[in-house]
Design a protein around this ligand. Structure first.
Ligand SMILES: Nc1ncnc2c1ncn2[C@@H]1O[C@H](COP(=O)(O)OP(=O)(O)OP(=O)(O)O)[C@@H](O)[C@H]1O
Length: 348
């Protein structure tokens, strides 16, 4: 069962593509197919100025496809997307002036200095002379690397190189920054620093920042999220809003085997009217008093439960609720029992 997205649709398509007081990024029924394979299916949402917006999805959910369309590297096969009111397919040059892009793959020339890398990038955007020197100084200051300006890129740590990539994306003062999996290859400290820079950019310059990620902890930093699964938008909202829609506790019973999990799920339905999902050898359900419910279950079915986890809802729980399967799984959704949105353990 595919749940509908939680936010109401944005303003009507006919008015949205005019420039001016419109959201920096607008998707309007955006669709993309590679031959018969539909990678993006009818996506509509907006990214606002001064927000960090996350595109969260597992492998193959369509993040890169969407990133490439917004970066003007690819034309969508259906629907539209606009950046500051410019259509990404029809006005790619104008779109490129508006966006800074940080790709997942390294783009620095390791045999050039940090400043030289930025100078080349600035030249691509028509920046030269004193203005370019000022911009290089500003962006390096912003990412905390002014003292490394004349070092060769190859002598920087991985985290520092990533910051130079970010500085490259910012050199032409874009109002929109697109980052593809920005934390790839960063240790936790460098990851924290990167997010601090992004938050400063958002707060001080009102830059709209779109980040693709498959990391739940990264998604937690975003102001709002679009959760993608198999090219579909399955949830839209702030991490807090999305998790609040679950409410209560999430209970996970570990059993010995997938068969034992099926049996436990059936018994929970019979004895407690609890609607649970079987996820491999685990049984997952939502309950407003998780700890008390766990005690009742363990007493009712001795020996069936190997381990229990009771937790507050996470973004993974949001994903499971909306798709019927885990975020990381090799098992197709149809192979798993559906996750119902109704609360488990009614009347207990
Ligand atoms: N060039 C291509 N030709 C055919 N199919 C493609 C192509 N690129 C992507 N796809 C398919 O489109 C779907 C979405 O892929 P996409 O790369 O956008 O996902 P993703 O969310 O970025 O995944 P990942 O996290 O693994 O990078 C997948 O089913 C993928 O196999």
């Amino acid at each position: 069962m595919m749940a509908t997205v939680s936010e109401s649709p944005a303003s009507p398509p006919s008015t949205r593509f005019q420039r001016g007081a419109f959201a920096p990024i607008v998707l309007d029924r955006l669709t993309h197919s590679y031959g018969d394979r539909r990678a993006l299916d009818d996506l509509s949402f907006e990214v606002k100025a001064g927000e960090i917006f996350g595109l969260l999805g597992p492998n193959g959910s369509g993040k890169t496809t969407l990133f490439r369309i917004l970066s003007t590297l690819m034309t969508p096969t259906g629907g539209r997307a606009s950046i500051q009111g410019f259509d990404v397919a029809r006005e790619p040059n104008k779109v490129r002036q508006q966006i800074g892009i940080v790709f997942q793959a390294r783009s620095l020339d390791m045999k050039l200095t940090v400043a030289e890398n930025l100078k080349h990038q600035g030249n691509l955007y028509g920046l030269q002379g004193a203005l370019l020197r000022t911009r290089i100084h500003d962006v390096l200051g912003r990412v905390g690397l002014l003292d490394r300006a004349h070092d060769f890129a190859e002598t920087l740590s991985g985290g520092m190189q990533r910051r130079v990539e970010l500085a490259k994306g910012l050199i032409h003062s874009p109002s929109i920054l697109l980052l593809d999996e920005p934390s790839t290859g960063l240790d936790p400290g460098a990851r924290r620093d990167l997010w601090q820079y992004l938050e400063t950019l958002r707060d001080e310059e009102e830059v709209a920042i779109l980040v693709t990620t498959h990391l739940m902890e990264e998604a937690e930093h975003c102001d709002r999220l679009a959760i993608l699964n198999d090219g579909h938008l399955v949830a839209l909202g702030s991490p807090f809003e999305l998790k609040s829609q679950i409410g209560g506790d999430v209970v996970l019973f570990e059993t010995r085997s997938p068969e034992a999990a099926e049996t436990l799920s059936l018994r929970l339905a019979q004895r407690f009217t609890a609607e649970a999902a079987v996820l491999g050898s685990s049984v997952r359900l939502e309950h407003n008093q998780g700890h008390r419910f766990v005690t009742s279950v363990v007493e009712a079915f001795p020996g069936m439960v190997e381990a229990v986890t009771v937790s507050k809802p996470s973004l993974e729980d949001v994903f499971i609720r909306r798709t019927g399967h885990r975020f990381w799984t090799d098992v197709a959704a149809g192979d798993l029992a559906p996750v119902q949105s109704s609360r488990a353990g009614k009347g207990h």
